[in-house]
Structure formats: C-alpha cells, structure tokens
Design a binder for this molecule. Structure first.
Ligand code: GAL
Length: 683
C-alpha cells in the first residue's frame, strides 16, 4: 500500500488492465490539498482486511463493511441515494428502468458514513454487492426462528445482518484500488475531487439561465426567440441550438446547415453582442458528409451509429484532431459551449442505437471499455477547444465516469420523473459530477412551477425546449405547443411572470453560487450535495434524497407537483427561512406556495444576494445586499476573477466578506455592497 496523495492510498490487487480511467491521457493533475484537517490520515483499512480472487469468471474483491455504515456514490444514480445492501450493476446506460445501478454516468466509487471512500480504477462494467450477500460462515446473527413472512417485502428483506462489499468484475484479472480517507465523509469526497484535479470552475455566465431552442428552428426563429426573451425581461445567458443547426444530424456533420442558417456567423456575432452565449448540440458520431470524417476515419471503431463513424477519442491524435476542428470551426468563432449528447449507451429501449460492447477500436479497446470512457474523453476533447482560446466553458453532457470533477459539464437525461430528477442532484455530488434537473415541458401549471423552482439552486437552470416551437409559458403541453394551440393572453402572462420570478431569483444567487464553485475547485466541496454528506451521523438524513445543500449554507427543499406539503427532518441546529428569517429546527412540515421554493439558511451565514441582471459580461459588477442569519455570522466567500478567462491561480481571486459589509479592494473590482439586512426573527 502506497500513499499517492495526502490521505489517498493505492493498492494493486492481481494484474490490473492497462486501459483504466486513470491511465487515459485526458486526466488532470491533482490540485493541492486545501481546506482539510488533518492532511494525512491513515487508510480506512489495512491490506489484510481485503480478499480477492482471479479466475475464469473474472476478478472478485471483498471489502469490509460494518453494520452501522451507509454507503453512497456509484456516480449519478437516479433511482436511489443510499447504496447499502444492494446489487449495483454499473453499466453506462441512458434508460435505466429501475434501481439496478445502470446510469448515464456510473462510477466504480463509493463513500461511507464512516468517513472513507473506495475507488476501483476500472472502465469495466462491474457489479457491487454492497452488504446484501452473505459469504458462508460469515453470519453475525441468525434471524428469528419460526417467523413466517406473509408479505413479499418481509420475505425478501435482508435479515438485518450486514456482510462485506463484494465486487465482481467479469472482464478483469486485477484492480488498482484507491482507499480514500476522510476523516469525515465530506472530507473523503473532497480528497477525491482534489485528486481528480479539483471541481470545475464554470464561467460566471454558465451559472445564469439557459434556454435551448426548438430543434427545427432556423436562424430567423432563433433571432426572434432571443429578442422575445430580452423584450420580456427574462434573464438569459445561454441560448442552445439543438440538432437542426447542422446540415446533417443524426449522425452529425458538425457543420452549419446552409438552408436553416445561411448567415450563421452573423447570427452568432449579433447574439453575442446582445449578451448571449451560444451553445451547440452535438454527438460524436460523424456522418460521412462531415468535414471531420475523413480525418477521423482511421481512428474509428468497427461499428457505425446512425450511419456515422465512432471516433476513438482515447487516442491522443484523434482527440487532438477533434479538438482542433472544434477550435477552428467553432470556439474561435465565438461558440461558447457545447452539449455532448448520446455518449452513453442504450440497452433498455425498443431500438438500441449505440455501438455494442463487442465493438473494437483502434486503441485496442473494446466497446465495453469505450462506453465507460467516451463521456469523459469527449468532455476533455471539447473543453480543450475552449481552453485553446483562453476561455472557460460550461456545457451539457449525457455521460461521465471517474475523475470527471474538473470537467465543466452538467449531466442530463431524457427520463423525466421529477423525483428522480431531484434525486440526481443529491447522488451526483458523491462522484465529482453535476446533474441538471432540466425542464422540458410540464403536465400541469403546478408541475411547471415546481420543476422551475427546483432548478434555482441547482447546477444549471435550463429550459430544454428542444421539442416545442413556442416558449413553455405560451403552452406547456408538447402536442398543443407544436400545433400552435396557445393559452389565452392572461394565462400566458401569468406563466411568463412566474417564470421571470424564478429566473430572477437564480440571478440574485449568482455571486453565492459562483463562490460555491470556487470552493469546489479549490477545496473539492461539491457545490450541490446530499445533506448526509455534511451530517453523516444523523440517521434521519441518510435517505434524504429530495433535498440538498447548495453551497456552504443553503438547504434547498424542492417539492414536486404530487406534494402539497412535506415533512422533513432538518439537520442539527437552527435554520432560518431565507425570505422571512423565521427560525426552524428539528422535524418540520413545509407547505410552500406553488411558486415558492423552500430555502433554509444555516445559522451564522452571510448570504450575498445580488441585484437582478439579465446576463453576465466579463468583469461585470454585482450589487449585493448581505443577508445575515443568526447572531454570530461567519465570513462568506466571494470570487472575483473576470468571470470567464482561464485562471491558473484561482486562489488570488478569493476573499471573504464579514458582517460589516466592508469589501476588500479585490472584491470591490466585482462587487458593491448595497446594504446589510439582519434577517433573523425571533422564533
Ligand atoms: C436527446 C437529448 C435531448 C435533445 C434531443 C435532440 O437525445 O436528450 O435533450 O437534445 O436529443 O434530438
């Protein structure tokens, strides 16, 4: 066992494969450890505590697990937060139908409430039995003799015993393990993120409002939409163009459609001048008509997807060619961001579209390995095109894996269950990932309002209106929206006003969110995380998958349209209602109005609350009110770089503000304090 980073120990069991997530060239250097005490912590268990076996079936490892610990992680998991006592099959998949472990972005990595994590450095599909299966002779105690179960739930329930974690990796002969120490659960996650290269630091505009236009839009329609948003006073930073911007999709030509976008550069320039950033949709499958196809041909696998090549972006030259094409064609021409679609896989739908696991790629990888690696490889290749222009970016991606914390991309899905969408915010944070509970359409006004609110304090506020020609506030129903059956003026105005209010609220939290991302980058603290990460000792919070921490001090409790009220158990201490300052603690019932997101503030917080702006420009100045909750406020972070350039030394742009509201010269460059509001009311 060898310490390879403060508090991270490496252990090699058997003969690991050559192609693993950590051996791929696209990884970042670790960031220095910051914000964790003590620096060096012994490994959570000794080598002797692990057992492994290599055989014709593959590789098996057994790891200790005690009855009192709860496990989290395995990447984005939409179906459950706590991962203890389960069978998790980690396969990249865009359509997980139930709680099997399948995910857009699985990661062979778990963390324990005991304050440690274990990372399995493999791109293989692996199955984790997380304490539900008993090895013979390992029984701790027997179930009650003579109890006859009369429900299926009782019949198949675990007997209350906990067993080791068993990991089954059929295609491997060995594994490199990283044992990640805490001392706390949150510290262990921080160490993982810092070791991966630090959390991503999006440009400020990435944290604004996003609107994706309908896939069939032409240049005139995009212009109209952009003008309509500005006229309606809807804050919006990013306009996304869906497949129709290209001359061919699906698969992708990665070049503009002359019919729909004859003057695309003028469009991009005009919209950029009007404060918009343009995001382009793509997937990596290259249509034969793509100007990039000939160069990628020799680097492509032996299957096609949608008649397109599947380039192997784990080959350095292939990735560089992909990057350079993006730089030359797009990022040097003011394209600010990309959405990388369909880099996951599909098994559970009628017509699976992706390449099979038995595919072969020029790097020697098979389709199984490449399914795990493609999402991250594509993120690095595309991001490099922005870096080459000296810019940071923030995009969307449909798959990810290990070591992706520095990748400035947010995960999304076609699955649309709102509870799953909320849960995704809580699970992704355990594996260096970000998840967007995006809005596409809604089944009712309440569903719309609830989905909208839930994004205000999430990684991305995104209206993904790719399937509707009119803004959702004109018609929420997809079919009616498409046939132009719009609401009457009154209802449209009501919905537009409700939308604007939530967009504005998002913009008011921008400095707070930006600082939370700076902490993600510098200290590895996930900006959005399950409450259990901060309070692992609190049993009542171990399954809290419908609320989350946003930044250091805000607790967000979004409701779905199915609930009028919700009973929640608050973390220990006093919490204050963000808007009224009313104190709450213990077990409470929340019953917010339909257009009200419940936000609670940790005792002793200073929350910078900015004036509304429509969009962010480089070096824009925020006017902030400092809202103070509780009697002993701690200093709050603000981040004051120019908002979008690459910054090698982000430490120099961090400063804190205290309750007197005096800003340092550094902070005054970007912030102005307009007042101090003591929010706390007597309980
Ligand atoms: C889906 C994607 C949607 C939208 C659509 C366009 O795969 O999840 O967000 O982009 O493709 O065809």
């Amino acid at each position: 066992m060898r310490e390879i980073y403060p508090g991270i120990h490496e252990l090699i069991l058997g003969t690991p494969e050559a192609d693993t997530p950590s051996t791929q060239f696209f990884r970042r250097q670790p960031r220095p450890l910051r914000g964790i005490e003590p620096r060096n912590v012994p490994p959570p268990f000794q080598e002797e505590a692990l057992r492994f076996h290599a055989g014709t079936r593959g590789f098996r490892v057994e790891l200790p697990l005690s009855p009192d610990e709860a496990l989290y992680g395995f990447g984005l998991q939409l179906k459950s937060l706590q991962q203890t006592g389960k069978k998790r099959t980690l396969r990249v998949n865009s359509d997980p139908v139930s709680d099997t472990g399948d995910s857009h972005a699985p990661a062979p990595l778990y963390f324990s409430t005991r304050g440690y994590g274990v990372l399995f450095d493999t791109a293989r599909y692996a199955t984790f039995h997380t304490g539900g299966n008993a090895l013979r002779g390992n029984r701790r105690h027997t179930g009650q003799a003579g109890t006859i179960a009369l429900t299926e739930q009782e019949l198949y329930a675990a007997s209350g015993e906990t067993h080791p974690v068993i990991v089954d990796i059929p295609a491997a002969r060995g594994i490199r393990l990283l044992l990640i120490s805490g001392p706390t659960l949150r510290n262990a996650v921080q160490r993982y993120n810092l070791f991966s290269g630090g959390g991503c630091l999006p440009p400020e505009w990435g944290l604004g409002v996003w609107y994706r236009a309908c896939g069939s839009c032409n240049q005139e329609e995009v212009r109209q939409l952009a003008a309509e948003l500005r006229n309606a006073g809807m804050p919006c930073d990013v306009l996304g163009l869906e497949p129709g911007w290209q001359s061919h999709a699906y698969s992708c030509s990665l070049s503009w459609s002359r019919e729909r976008f004859p003057e695309h550069q003028k469009l991009v320039d005009d919209l950029t001048a009007d404060g918009y950033k343009i995001n382009l949709w793509e997937h990596v499958f290259l249509h034969p008509t793509s100007p990039l196809a000939p160069a990628m041909e020799p680097y492509s696998g032996d299957f096609e997807v949608w008649q397109g090549l599947v380039p192997d972006l784990t080959i350095r030259e292939a990735a560089e060619t992909y990057t350079e094409y993006h730089r030359r064609t797009f990022t040097s021409n003011r394209i600010a961001s990309f959405k990388i679609d369909e880099c996951d896989n599909s098994d559970f739908i009628q017509s699976p579209w992706s390449f099979p696991e038995c595919s072969r790629f020029p790097s020697g990888k098979d389709g199984e390995l490449y399914h795990s690696l493609l999402g991250v490889a594509a993120q690095y290749a595309v991001e490099a095109a922005h870096r080459a222009e000296g810019k940071r970016s923030y995009g969307s991606v449909r798959s990810s894996h290990l070591f992706a914390a520095p990748c400035p991309f947010v995960l999304y899905s076609d699955l649309y269950d709102h509870r799953d969408f909320l849960r995704g915010v809580t699970t992704a944070g355990f594996s260096g990932m970000l998840w967007c509970p995006e809005l596409r359409h809604a089944s009712s006004v309440l569903d719309y309002l609830r989905r909208l609110e839930a994004m205000v304090l999430s990684p991305q506020m995104l209206l993904n209106i790719w399937s509707m020609p009119h803004p959702p506030w004109q018609q929420l129903d997809r079919d009616r929206n498409r046939t132009g059956e719009l609401y009457d003026t009154g209802k449209q105005q009501f919905l537009a006003a409700a939308t604007r209010r939530q967009f504005e609220l998002r913009m008011r939290f921008l400095p707070y969110l930006y600082a939370a991302f700076a902490r993600y980058h510098l200290e590895g603290i996930p900006p959005f995380r399950a409450v259990v990460m901060d309070y692992p000792e609190c049993e009542e919070l171990r399954n809290a998958d419908q609320m989350w921490m946003a930044g250091e001090d805000l607790l967000v409790i979004p409701l779905t349209a199915e609930e009028e009220t919700r009973k929640v158990h608050l973390p220990p201490g006093t919490w204050f209602d963000f808007h009224t300052g009313a104190a709450r603690s213990g077990r409470i019932t929340v019953s917010p109005a339909p257009d009200e997101l419940t936000i609670l503030v940790r005792d002793g917080s200073i929350i910078p609350f900015a004036d509304v702006r429509q969009y962010c420009r480089k070096n824009c100045r925020h006017r902030v009110e400092l809202r103070i909750y509780g009697n002993h406020p701690r200093p709050a972070w603000l981040f004051a770089d120019d908002g979008e350039s690459l910054c090698d030394d982000p430490e120099q742009f961090i400063d804190t503000v205290t309750a007197d509201g005096k800003l340092s010269p550094l902070l005054r460059r970007r912030y102005e304090c307009t007042g101090i509001a003591r929010m706390t009311c007597d309980a």
